[in-house]
Design a protein around this ligand. Structure first.
Ligand SMILES: Cc1cc2nc3c(=O)[nH]c(=O)nc-3n(C[C@H](O)[C@H](O)[C@H](O)COP(=O)(O)O)c2cc1C
Length: 210
């Protein structure tokens, strides 16, 4: 199947059947998320993989009681840095340079430049910028799930501060940004399963400037 066919097949599953996603498919989806590009390669986010029903139940109560949270095989929480520091940026760059066998000074000017841009914009802007990077990873995870014929519900419908509390994300300098419930559609009971996929028409979506 082509990527386009996979994207036609997927939908934001409203009712899942509780079946388990095999480890190799889960790993594939997580690998796609890990390989996502990010601004300056900082990858200012992490993914928490939850398959603990008691914890899923707690998350559901702060996610508008959405049933997918409990019927999912795995609940992925994408959590982004709550801000940048020059040290954090340096440590990512140093690791990249180490892996490439280059001296740490190679990126000094670039690091000073971006920190010069980010620092004055403040912590709230930085947290939002980091969360925007997490969305790219999230999008790739959604596409990878579709390729693996794993259903997924992208979710912003939850209270981030409550999820942060449940996962103790503040201790890690993280804030929850997004949830991706992974599992399998309950064909009999999902009202959305056979609905037409509706998108902005191509002519309204794409503007060609030649
Ligand atoms: C960032 C984001 C947040 C979303 N939050 C929710 C959510 O909390 N619950 C839900 O059932 N669907 C949620 N959706 C699903 C969208 O409503 C859905 O993707 C959109 O209507 C397009 O339909 P489709 O994904 O079925 O093609 C979300 C989607 C995205 C991308």
């Amino acid at each position: 199947m082509s990527l386009i066919e996979d994207l036609q097949w997927r939908y934001a599953t409203k009712k899942m059947n509780g079946n388990t996603v095999p480890k190799e498919k889960l790993d594939y989806i997580l690998e796609a998320a890990r390989l996502a590009p990010s601004s300056s390669g900082l990858q200012p986010y992490q993914v928490f993989v939850i398959s603990n029903k008691a914890l899923q139940e707690k998350i559901k109560t702060v996610a508008w009681d959405q049933s997918q949270i409990i019927d999912a095989s795995h609940v992925l929480v994408f959590a982004a840095w709550d801000g940048y520091t020059e040290e954090k940026i340096k440590s990512v760059f140093d690791k990249t340079l180490d892996e490439r066998g280059l001296p740490h000074e190679t990126m000094d000017d670039y690091r000073k430049n971006i920190w010069g841009l980010y620092e004055p914009l403040g912590q709230a802007w930085q947290a939002q910028h980091a969360a925007k990077q997490a969305y790219i990873s999230f999008g790739l995870a959604i596409a990878a799930a579709a390729e693996q014929k794993v259903d997924a519900t992208p979710m912003e419908g939850f209270l981030p501060p409550k999820v942060d509390e449940l996962l103790e994300l503040d201790k890690l300098g993280l804030k929850s940004a997004l949830i991706l419930a992974l599992g399998y559609r309950d064909e009999e009971n999902d009202w959305l399963v056979n609905m037409k996929k509706v998108r902005t028409a191509k002519e309204d979506f794409v503007t060609e400037l030649k």
